[in-house]
Every structure is written in C-alpha cells, then in structure tokens.
Ligand binder design. Sequence first.
Ligand code: BGC
Length: 413
Amino acid sequence: MVEKSFRISPETINKIIKDFHSEMSAGLSGRKSSLAMIPTFASMPTGSETGRFIALDLGGTNFRILEITLGGRGRISIPAQHRFRLKTRDITGTQKQLFGFIAASLKRFMLANKIGAGEKILLGFTFSFPVRQTNISNGILLSWNKGFSAKNTVGKDVVQLVNKALKRKGLHNIKIAALINDTIGTLVTKRYSDPGCDLGVILGTGTNAAYPEKKMGEMAINIEWGNFNRLPRTIYDRKMDATTPNPGRQTLEKMVSGMYLGELARLIFSDMTNKKILKPWEFTTTHLSLAESDISRRLGGIARLLKGLGAPSLTYADRLLMKRICGMVSARSAQISAAAIVAVILRIDPGLKRGHTVAIDGSLFEKWPKYRSHIKSSLVAILKEKARKISLALTQDGSGKGAAVVAATASNS
Ligand code: BGC
C-alpha cells in the first residue's frame, strides 16, 4: 500500500510535465504560479572571458570562498579555496551575525592567501536562495529555505548587506560584480566550455534549475522549481512538511532533495513498524543512500549504521524493510527530478530535435551512483529512445566557478 503510493505512473508523469509547462508560462508572464521563474540578468558566456576573481558561495551545508582564474578557451582554475562549516547559530541568528561571519571569513581568506592590499578585487557572490533582481549585482531575498532563518533579512538586498559587513571589517577594495544562484553557476560553468549546455540543475541539500530563455534574449532564468506544487503527496510528505520551518512551501524540494529524504524514510519506517528507534531528522540522506546500497550479507551494513546512531540493529526482516523504504523514497525523488528535467528541455526544444547537455551538481547526483542510474532510467521511461538526446554531466563547483564566470561577463559588458 505505502509502496504503491510512492510509485508515480507514466500518466501522472505526463501530467506533471504538462503542469510544469503551464506553471513556467504563468511564472514568466507574472501570473500566479508556484514557479517563480526569476529573471537573473546573467547572460551566457562565450568561453573566452578571462581574469581573476573571488567567489563566495552560500546556500548549503558549507560556506566557501574561492579564488578563481578564468583562462579563456573554456579553462577555469581554482588556485585557492576554503570551506567554512556553518553552525546552526550562524544561519538562524541575526542578520549581523550571518553577514559578519561572511565578511570575517573573507578577511581571513584574503590574508591567508595574500590577496588584496591595494588592488581592486572583483567578486562573484553565489547566494542560493530565491531573490528578486533588478540587475546583475543586487537581489532582494524573497524567502529563506533549507534550514536558514537569519532574522531581518527577507525583503533586504543581500548585496548591500554583504557590502555593509565588508566596510565594517575595513575591506574597501572589493566590488561585488555579480549575484547569482547556484543553478546559474552550474549552467554557466558547463556552458563556458560546452555551448550545447542549456540547463543547470542542483540536486543536493535543496533542488532547483536554471536555463537560458530564448524569449528574453537568452537571459538565464532561475526557475526555483523546488516550490513546484502540482505533485501527488502522500500522508508522509504532509507529516514531514508540518515539522519544517516553511510548511506548505517547497513541495517538490521536500519530495526530492537531500535535506528531506532521510527524514521521510524515517517517518515511514517508524509508522510501518511502530518502532521509534530513531530521533526526528537524525536519519540523514547519507544514511538513506548507504541503506539503499547495502548489499552485505544479511544487511550487516544497515545494522552497523543503526549502531552508529545509537539504535538497536533490528531484525533482518526490519532491515530489509528499511532498505526497501529507502529505495522507494529515492526512486520517487529521481523520477520527479527526471520529469522536471524533461519538462524544461521540452520547453526549450519541444520536438527534441537536437542534443542537450544538462549540467548537474549536488550530493545526490555526485555521491550516489544508484541515484544517478535511477534518473537515467526515469529519463528513458519518459522519452524512450529520444532520451539519448539528453546527456547528464556532473559539473562540480559550479557555484564557485560560475560566480567568476558571471562576474566576468557582467564586468565586460
Ligand atoms: C533554493 C534555490 C537553490 C536550491 C539549490 C533551494 O532551496 O530556493 O535558490 O538553487 O535550493 O541549492
């Protein structure tokens, strides 16, 4: 019964694709839609842009700072980078705390890598939340997602907030040349060396995608597909949603992305077995992927994983059930991602007349081979032999490199 409610039929997939198209059109023309379809003012690179840039990347589990060199002819290198683990108090505290943390980290990075002092630095800021932009270097935060909730930030221009924090730290030689979303970063990073790339997708802590819209002169549109809401939800989806900081929002994201899949599996398992052996949110998507991939005898891997969480190792039958639940949660996630990918590609090229590269980044796709093959088989199920026209390309570091690429295209124009 539960398994059945997690299986999406081919008819439903077709309906999802159709609804996706109407929500895309509504969003683009400013009508009410669950898809924000945000114009980003980012244009597509040619691959010949050059220069040295700093990129800030905020939007997932870590905050990163990178020094990036664009060498032209599609070459990008990262001479230095640093990853700062975000603490809950940094992302749920005050606005000053969060942006002060960003500025202080940048100051440390510049000192450690001997960057700055006197020279003018162009910076690209990847900020992976929905923002409303009126040009390439501003953005009003529309809502926080993925567990972020720093106060007093929604409704503010995040570029101004970074600028103020930089001034407070005495950093006066930095110009924020571009504010981008991680999906834009992923799209332009691949596009820098592959003109056939016309979709950038993130499948990580959160999920979203961006593409160049022909009707707007190939400007990149940030779809914010995580908020798509015309999907068949189960009681478990609703139960989990109610425990998040943003109930009723990000419906697709909560059925697809890494922040939520583990908790969804935990809820199903404890409901079906009545065994409340795991605490809310402690079974993460990393655990889920390990459980789904466990092929050891009598599922010893799952037993070990449970032990690591301080839980009893369960009977073999229960471990088998856990593995099945994890498999069905991840297969549904991949089915929905594949449907969304197909929907966007069909909007760009309704007859699938040419090949398309889809640049994808994020832990689900990068670290979980089984998830990747779920997506591929879902693409084949939807498109049959035409699935060959779509090639999925793991594009790492788009949220770092892409900020530099857009900073370069923006400062050249
Ligand atoms: C955000 C998007 C972002 C995606 C992937 C979502 O929660 O709303 O802006 O692109 O996560 O990081």
